[in-house]
Design a binder for this molecule. Sequence first.
Ligand code: HEM
Length: 318
Amino acid sequence: MTTPQTSIFNENSIHHYFLEYKLHSNIDNKTLITALSPVLSSFSAHDVEVVVAFGKNTWELLSPSAGEIGLKSFESLNGVDGYMLPSTQNDILVWIHSAHHDSNFDQALAVQHCLQSIAKLELELIGFKYHDSRDLTGFVDGSANPTGEDARVAALIPVGEPGEGGSFVLTQQWVHDLARFNQLSQAEQEKVIGRTKPDSVEFSGADMPSNSHVSRTDVKLDNTALKIYRRSAPYGTVAQHGLYFIAFSCQLMRFEVILQRMFGVSGDNKHDRLIEFSKAISGAYWFAPSRETLGVLFREEDRSLSENSRRHKGTHGI
Ligand code: HEM
């Protein structure tokens, strides 16, 4: 029996906080574990959900069996028609989410307090639920997302395989050109996505353009649907806004296949029309280990930490 980081699956949150850190050079395993332990103990805080994941280099520093799962660092990708994806692989990802921005903020400050001596904060984004779970383009995001047990199957490495109960994660900060997208008529916008705008009905048959976002991302390989579990959130200000894409998968390969299809390098030279209106400015792969795996790695520190937190209860929930 393995328990995933359950906060991956809690969909009730309306506020999100995304933090990506780059480790300082020459950080050793012990220093890393000591700094991370208080972050991990915040799993039990009452009012926020926390997911922690690691880039390849950090996971190798933490886990002796890291090599078995096949985690990769994200590599930039040159697509057709001049489109490209950058790699900004960082080392530690912390995703905080809940119903309350103030609680998230307290938790984010506490994470920063724990990690600032070992890592530099490279990305900090505040995400939010936009109307009825829409992307800022106005389209519902998540309609075809798997739910319940299907979400767990899509997101989690199966029992018996290396990394069981853990998950591969892809994050990308996408910056939208809404002015450009909104110049399209609603019918044209719907062709870009492959669904209707008001009620998210998927096009079928000849109505579905082969270069719509849905066509490029709804992928089957040897009759198996390459499902991923998406938890992205809109972020931003009037000056810069878009989607922080975050998704979980039982196989890293699923992300690679979908991205290749979106960028026209999967054989048919067709790019996803959505990338004409939004540009990724970050990209990273991560591993979100199961709670048991984290428990083994952080056991010693956890024990001394819980004693500590019994003594100093009440600071930012950790
Ligand atoms: C600008 C960035 C993106 C936006 C605004 C966006 C938005 C959307 C929307 C509106 C849908 C249709 C409704 C739904 O089923 O959720 C959708 C579907 C989907 N997207 Fe994205 N998406 C983005 C990037 C990505 C990326 C980078 C991936 C994967 C690497 C991805 C994978 C998917 C998948 C798998 C589906 C469901 C396809 C299906 O089975 O019907 N999306 N997205």
